[in-house]
Design a protein around this ligand. Structure first.
Ligand code: NDP
Length: 489
């Protein structure tokens, strides 16, 4: 079936390439999809360029653009179950989590749908009756959107919704592993009435199908979520044509637990922080930084509860978390754990694949806790992006902040304490883009999301998220034009 969406048409890859998509929970074949090459992506960029330069979308009133997003949200609600099943088959994640994702996506569409209509320019007071100035907001142009496999449609819609709200056109390249909800979503946008060429979809590998999105002169903005190494390549590619760039590159997120926190609450959230979606979350609380006097009791309890986490496939109602995305990714997590142990970490639990025969065809890995990791060691510096918690200790508040900020990433973090003033002090001092207090993981479409330091630049969500896709123009008019006689001659 033709499943590249270019210029409002469903087409096959020009070179005829196909790729098998397999469910990470059991290796079963989900479907075959088209495998685009750079040539297909260039055709998609040309379609997006035409739709921007000559099509109706950029000049469509903002409120109408917003209404299209609101209609799309309603259509997604209608089809949520189909979308959730497709997401679970591609990612292996539990169906219940995919259902949450779909409802978060609808909320994101509604947020930007409403915001679109509120985005007004402003008149600037020039201080003179003889001139008039105004600020207008305009779309940036053609956006290249490159997304990962952990929250496939959610990550895509975090980019698509503000891009469309602002009047841009786009080419989306989702992860080669998880294309299906992107295909379904293009159909919804068309059903909602989006003109052909505004939304374009290419499927395929990053270095071939994805690369033109960061290089091609007809792309004005590239927005990427994924790994740090790829982010560096994309930023370097984009520099040649000075594209606008937005990057979300993950994190090495500290979860700081003071000994005055509520013990049960802090343990419970520490587990969710790191083991949700088997740790394949950019904001995962993978670094537990616990006050020294609590260390033994706290880690013992974490180990006890981590060993009870039930693994299983998307449709196993007893499962509490699922597999890793691929064999290659599980091997990466295994290497990370082996290196940590070589460097002195103490393996408290996990550190291997499950023995359960029912799980042998999937890419499962047991929830793992590594104690006694040292600052500066690989385990503390690098992301595992798997179900692996490292444990460090601190003495006092200054020590906690110093350790929590000792990372080149800066995406998110948590603070657990019952001292309200301390919570705010520590949150103020953490150099991370989102800080949760006595909580972990909630995100709100109306609140900005993005990283400090090497976690990236540019914001997603919130009003600033929309601003990323907007050019701001100052238009100044002289109301009494005539010679100025600045020079007498
Ligand atoms: P990547 O960063 O390689 O992939 C993310 C997206 O970028 C995919 O669509 C990928 O394509 C695409 N891509 C890769 N190379 C290029 C390129 N040269 N030009 C344009 N697009 C490109 O992530 P991985 O899947 O390899 O995961 C690596 C690590 O990244 C993980 O272990 C984790 O640490 C981190 N990660 C972070 C995420 C986050 O949310 N911040 C999400 C996922 C991963 P394709 O893969 O289809 O070839």
């Amino acid at each position: 079936m033709a499943d590249l969406y270019i210029g409002g048409e469903w087409v096959d890859a020009r070179a005829g390439g196909r790729r098998e998509i397999r469910c990470p929970a059991d290796g079963s074949l989900v479907a075959e999809v088209a495998e685009a090459t750079a040539e297909d992506t260039e055709a998609a960029i040309a379609a997006a360029r035409r739709a921007f330069d000559t099509g109706p979308w950029p000049a469509t009133p903002a409120a109408e653009r917003g209404n299209l997003l609101l209609r799309t949200a309603d259509l997604l609600d209608r089809d949520a179950e189909e979308f959730a099943r497709a997401e679970s088959l591609d990612t292996g994640k539990r169906l219940v989590e995919s259902r949450y994702d779909m409802s978060d996506i609808a909320a994101c569409l509604r947020y930007f749908g409403k915001l679109a209509g509120n985005e007004a320019g402003r008149v600037v007071d020039t201080g003179s009756a003889d001139s008039f100035s105004r600020i207008v907001h305009e779309p940036v142009g053609v956006c290249g959107l490159i997304t990962p496999w952990n929250y496939p449609l959610l990550q895509a819609v975090w980019k698509i919704a503000p891009a469309l709200a602002a009047g841009n056109t786009f080419v989306l390249k989702p992860s080669e592993l998880t294309p299906h909800t992107a295909i379904l979503f293009m159909r919804l946008l068309a059903e909602a009435g989006l003109p052909g060429g505004v939304a374009n979809l290419v499927l395929g590998a990053g270095p071939t199908a994805g690369a033109p999105l960061s290089k091609h002169p007809d792309v004005d903005l590239v927005s990427f979520t994924g790994g740090l190494a790829t982010g560096r390549v994309i930023a370097a590619n984009a520099a040649a044509t000075v594209k606008k760039v937005a990057l979300e590159l993950g994190g090495k997120n500290p979860n700081v637990v003071f000994a005055d926190a509520d013990f049960e609450t802090a343990v419970d959230y520490a587990l969710t922080a790191v083991f949700l979606h088997s740790g394949q979350v950019c904001s995962a609380g993978a670094r537990l930084i616990v006050q020294r006097e609590w260390h033994d009791e706290f880690v013992d309890e974490l180990v006890r509860r981590a060993e009870r986490i039930r693994l299983g496939g998307p449709f196993d109602e007893n499962a509490e978390t699922g597999p890793l995305i691929s064999a290659a990714h599980r091997e990466k997590v295994e290497r990370y754990v082996a290196t940590a142990i070589e460097e002195g970490a103490v393996l408290r639990t996990g550190g291997k694949r499950p023995d359960d025969p029912a799980l042998q065809d999937g890419f499962y890995y047991l929830p793992t806790i590594l104690d006694n990791v040292q600052q500066g060691s690989t385990a503390v510096v690098e992301e595992s992006f798997g179900p692996v918690l490292t444990v460090e200790t601190f003495t006092d508040e200054d020590d906690a902040v110093r350790i929590a900020n000792d990372t080149h990433y800066g995406l998110a973090g948590g603070v657990f304490t019952q001292d309200a003033a301390r919570a705010q002090r520590v949150a103020n001092r953490l150099r991370h883009g989102t800080v949760w207090i006595n909580d972990y993981h909630p995100y709100l479409p109306q609140a900005e999301w993005g990283g400090y330091k090497q976690s990236g630049f540019g914001r997603e969500l919130g009003p600033t998220g929309l601003a990323e896709y907007t050019e701001v123009k100052h238009i100044h008019q002289n109301l009494k034009p005539g010679p100025q006689h600045w020079f007498s001659g």
